[in-house]
Design a protein around this ligand. Sequence first.
Ligand code: AMP
Length: 170
Amino acid sequence: MNYKSFITNVPDFPVDGIQFKDITPLLDDEEAFHSAVDDMAEYAKEIHANKIIGPDARGFIFGASVAYATKLGFVPVRKPGKLPRETLEIEYDLEYGTNKLCIHKDDIGKADKVIIIDDLLATGGTVKASIDLVERAGAEVVGLAFLIELTGLNGKENIKGYPYKSLLKY
Ligand code: AMP
């Protein structure tokens, strides 16, 4: 599947200098979306994950879809003020701005081998923050999966030592 043909580059969104990768044409194409979810699901099985984690918000789309395809549970990593029970929290830098993420403290634990799934790896800040939350909750991160990897931003450095798969690279 040529995933790149379903991604639209939008210059200077949401701020000047950012080359925004719009994934909505891929979501809107039944074959491309199914294929992307299937590729991620295959990887999740290969690394023997037993839980899927997806960061707010586009990580929900792929994470929950892969959870359905693999018949595994899904745990959201969310922005502050959204999760009703006790949470673990982390603040980190983004390619543009800063962000805070939270996870329910008791959603995952020692028995869990987690794969974190997001639409895009840029600086790696979001996924690194998610890794930290998962590990603070006592679970193990066995791998990461992304639709897109922006190699120029060197997100790889932030996820050193963690196996990962990206379906396409820029
Ligand atoms: P980062 O934490 O820098 O790896 O950024 C990853 C998150 O920000 C992903 O969940 C993306 O949804 C979003 N993001 C960052 N940079 C871009 C970009 N150039 N195009 C589209 N989404 C982006």
